[in-house]
Each structure stands twice: as C-alpha cells, then as structure tokens.
Design a protein around this ligand. Structure first.
Ligand SMILES: Cc1cc2nc3c(=O)[nH]c(=O)nc-3n(C[C@H](O)[C@H](O)[C@H](O)COP(=O)(O)OP(=O)(O)OC[C@H]3O[C@@H](n4cnc5c(N)ncnc54)[C@H](O)[C@@H]3O)c2cc1C
Length: 482
C-alpha cells in the first residue's frame, strides 16, 4: 500500500484538471487512467499524415476558465474560421417542383438555434411566413409563458413556436448534444438563459443578452494546434509540479475506513473486442489517500460508486446516449479551399415527406475551421458524423462519407484524392442532461457530505463539454486540497 496526497480516478479532461489543481496546490497527486493515452474524449491521431482531433475539438467560451487554463499552460487559443450552416432536406423555397430536394442555409446568430434577431433575413429563409409570425409573438407575450419549462424544447415551443424548434433548435442544439431538445435541461445547456428571459420578457432578447454577456467573437474556441494538445500539456504540467499520471491502470474498487480511502487498481489488458474499455489483469495494487476524486465517465463511475451504500446509486440508470460514429477524411482537393460551407453544416433531423439525400448528421470542414492545424500541408480534413439518439448504430464507410460530403458541400469528391481516413465509434455517447438526471445529481451531491474526502467530477456529473467539466473539476479539487 502506498499513501498518496491525492488520487484521481480517470484521466479524461476532468480528471487531468483535478490532478493539475491538486498539483498546483502543492500536493503530489496520482492519477490512474485505464487507457494508454490520457485525455478521454479529447484525443487526436495522425490521419493521412496530419495530426487531427478525432474527439472533442473545441470548447464553449461562455466559461472563461478553459481559455485561462490554455493560457496558463502556454497554449495559444484561436476562434474557428468560417460560418456554419444547416442542411434542410426540403427543396429551396421558390425552386421548381422537379428541383433536387435539400439545401444549405447559413445559421443565424443565436444561442443553440434560438435567433437573436427575428428581422435577420436568414430567419425568413428558414421559417415559413406563418412560422415567423408565430415566433414574433415572443417579443410581446411578456416573461410568463415558458418561464417554468425545464427542458429546452418546452421553452422554445412555448415562446417561439414549433417551427423554430424543428427547423433551428433541433438541428443545432440537438446536433451539438446528440439528443432531442426535449431531453436537454435548459439550465445545463444554456446557463443563464431562463434568468435572462425573466429579465428581458422575450426569449429572443434573452438569447441576445446571453450572447452579449459572453466573450467577444465566436461562441467556441480551441487550442491553435488542435484540442488534443490540451491533455498533453496538462500531463506535462502535472509531471513538472510533482504529480504522476499512470496510464494502463484500471481501477476496480474503492473503500473508506475512517478518513482514509483505499483504491484498488490493476494493469489494463485488452478487452476481447478492442473497441471496449480495457479489462483488469494481474495482481491488484492498492494506494491510499484522504483526498479522492472520481472522474470517470458515467457508467464506470456508477459501477465504482455503487459499493458505497450511503450514496444510494446502485439502481441509477443513466439516460441512454446516442451511438455515434465519425468518418474523418483527409484529402487533397483545391476546390475545397474556398470552404463552400464555412466551418461545417448540421443536418436537420427529419423533415416529413422529404426524401433524404444524406444520412450524415453533420459535417465539420475541420481544415477551414481550424486552418493552423493543417497549415502548409495542402490537405483538407472533413469530419463526417453519423448517429442520433434512438436510431440503430451507424456503420458508415469512407464511400458513405464521401457521398454525403459531396451533397452537403456541393462538390463531387473523388476517392482518388483521399490521403487517409479513420472511422471512430462512440457507443452510447453523450447521455443527455435531462431535468430528471440533474435532479439525481443534485441529490447525490448532497449525499457526498457523508463520504469525507470524496469528490465526483466528469461530464455526467458536471454537465457535458469542457466548459462545464473543467471549472467543476477545478472547484472540487480545490475544495479537497484545502
Ligand atoms: C464525438 C464527441 C465530440 C465532442 N465534441 C465536443 C466539443 O467539441 N467540445 C466540448 O466541449 N465537448 C465535446 N464533447 C464532450 C466532451 O468531450 C466531454 O464532455 C468531455 O471530454 C468529458 O470528459 P470527462 O473527463 O468527463 O470524461 P471522459 O473523457 O469520458 O474520461 C473518462 C476517463 O476515465 C477512464 N476510465 C474509465 N474507466 C476507468 C477505470 N475503471 N479506471 C481508470 N480509468 C477509467 C477512461 O478511459 C477515460 O479516459 C464531445 C463528445 C463526443 C463524444
């Protein structure tokens, strides 16, 4: 048994930031991560000879802590280039009946698809005249309607009507969070929006106020060399400050005796299906501490915390996430230099009666969005995403991705131009932050007081995305370090 100043279980971005916070406070934490490389869902790999992000690639600027962390680690941050678009499966309004269905529209300025200006001509391109008239009712109906709505869909429908929900908020918020807006707690996906509604008496004006309060420029930003450089920089800094990051260590149990936590871990072996998480092999090793942070993904966290009766989590089933897959294509095609759809395009989920020409749910033109990552290579990078909540697991191929990208970008792509590609699967991913889930998290937070020295962080607990996870991980580790 080795006694440690602090132990962090899980080396995703939440665990790394918790360990970094301990190390900054003068402690020597041990972080245990089951995979060979820390970073969790923030990871990159070389594709076609270029290192690119294959997991998360940006962070929301609404919380300033992520940019501040990058600066502290010496990483330059950069806003994305190029605007973004939404793909409608319907024919362009006014086009002849025999025109091919489907068209791309610029995304209007807004918050999760809620426009900040209903007079923006792009809004009139997306909504029918009736839909726009219904949305305008928001401006004069006072703060009452929708004020009690906990999920995003109820709020938007009550204020702006069904069309804004279906044609803007569902493709944009639903695309980002891989869940229908009815399954997204407003206060988690857009903190401050409901308070702004009360103040402004209109959801459109509330969205404008939320945007005005956020840092200038785009709503997201990234590390200029790729977001995958952030976990690497965190590992180096933890090491410099005297902490240690142990990879290929699977934690199998935690227990408390008085104020001392013991953590049992094993060497990580390959699961029979290499896509599954590593499995424990060999002799157990036990480390002890009085400061323990569990920073795992939700399922792994609940399975570990289930042994602590006081927390009452053994019957907790997380909301099911979506089975996502992504094809990253690196190719040489100068016709893409102009960025025909800017930084990318989100595809409207369903349009009754319209034939679908594409199966993808989104495409990111990564090399236009983050030009510095591929600077000097002459190559383009497309990340074509598949999968939505409630539909069968997608198995996209390179050919599917090229066909969909050709339609969405309006450029017929040639397989011969492809320098490399990678298909990545994210099973049961991004469990939605439903109001019920948040209520259970609040209950568990209260119960944690019965387990001194223990903290929980990670997206399932703190909220999805780096802007939620990083400040939360910092706060819980600071509290334990005191
Ligand atoms: C496709 C995709 C794209 C995304 N894009 C963005 C984006 O652009 N911007 C954004 O802000 N967010 C994005 N997100 C969400 C974001 O990536 C996550 O919210 C965040 O990275 C979660 O970090 P985490 O530390 O909570 O968990 P994870 O990254 O899941 O880390 C948990 C870690 O625990 C380890 N682990 C599991 N079990 C054990 C065990 N028994 N012992 C030891 N270690 C274990 C895992 O290997 C993993 O490294 C995206 C998510 C997905 C799926």
């Amino acid at each position: 048994m080795t006694e440690r100043d602090a132990i962090v279980i899980g080396g995703g971005i939440g665990g790394l930031q918790a360990a970094h916070t301990f190390a900054r406070a003068g402690l020597a934490p041990l972080l245990l991560e089951s995979r060979g490389t820390p970073g969790g869902l923030v990871f990159g790999a070389p594709v076609g000879g270029v290192w690119v992000d294959l997991g998360a690639e940006s962070f929301a600027k609404r919380s300033r802590e992520v940019a501040a962390l990058c600066a502290e680690l010496g990483l330059e941050t950069v806003d994305p280039a190029g605007g973004s678009w939404v793909w409608s499966h319907r024919r362009r309004p006014g086009s002849p009946d025999d025109a091919t269905p489907g068209h791309a529209i610029r995304i209007p300025h807004g918050v999760l698809g809620i426009p900040t200006d209903l007079d923006d001509p792009i809004v009139a391109q997306i909504l029918s005249p009736e839909g726009l008239a219904r949305a305008r009712a928001d401006l004069t109906m006072g703060a009452g309607p929708g004020a009690g709505a906990e999920d995003l869909a109820s709020l938007v429908e009550a204020r702006l009507g069904r069309e804004v929900l279906d044609r803007l908020v569902d493709p944009i918020a639903g695309g980002v969070h891989s869940a229908h807006p009815s399954r997204l707690a407003v206060d988690v996906v857009s903190p401050g929006l409901r308070a702004a509604l009360t103040q402004e008496g209109s959801l459109v004006r509330a969205a404008a106020a939320v945007r005005a309060a956020a840092p200038e420029g785009a709503v997201v930003s990234s590390a200029s060399g790729g977001l995958f450089t952030l976990p690497r920089a965190l590992v180096s800094r933890i090491d410099e400050l005297g902490g240690s990051v142990a990879t290929r260590r699977v934690v199998t149990g935690i227990a408390r005796e008085g104020e001392v936590w013991s953590v049992t871990h094993h060497e990580a072996g390959r699961a029979p299906n290499p896509a599954d998480p590593p499995v424990p092999v060999g002799e157990p090793q036990v480390d002890t501490t009085t400061r323990l942070v569990v920073a795992l993904d939700g399922r792994a966290a609940l399975s570990l915390l289930g042994s602590l009766d006081s927390l009452g989590v053994s019957d907790w089933e997380l909301p099911r996430g979506a089975d996502l897959a992504q094809v990253c294509v690196v190719l040489a095609d100068p016709r893409l230099d102009a960025g025909p759809r800017g930084s990318g395009l989100l595809v409207t989920p369903l349009d009754e009666g319209a034939p679908r020409r594409v199966q993808a749910k989104a495409i990111t033109h990564y090399s236009i969005k983050w030009p510095r990552v591929v600077a000097g290579t002459g190559l383009h990078v497309l990340r074509v995403s598949y999968g939505r909540a409630g539909i069968p697991t997608p198995e996209p191929t390179l050919a599917d991705a090229l066909a969909d990208a050709s339609v969405l970008l309006g450029v017929e792509l040639d397989p011969a131009s492809v320098a490399g590609h990678a298909v990545v699967h994210f099973p049961n991913s991004l469990p939605p932050q439903t109001p019920e889930h948040r209520a259970r998290v609040a209950d568990l937070t209260a119960r944690l007081a019965q387990e001194p020295g223990l903290a929980i962080t990670g997206a399932w607990f703190a909220g999805t995305g780096l802007a939620a996870v990083i400040p939360h991980a910092t706060r819980v580790a600071e509290e334990l370090a005191r």
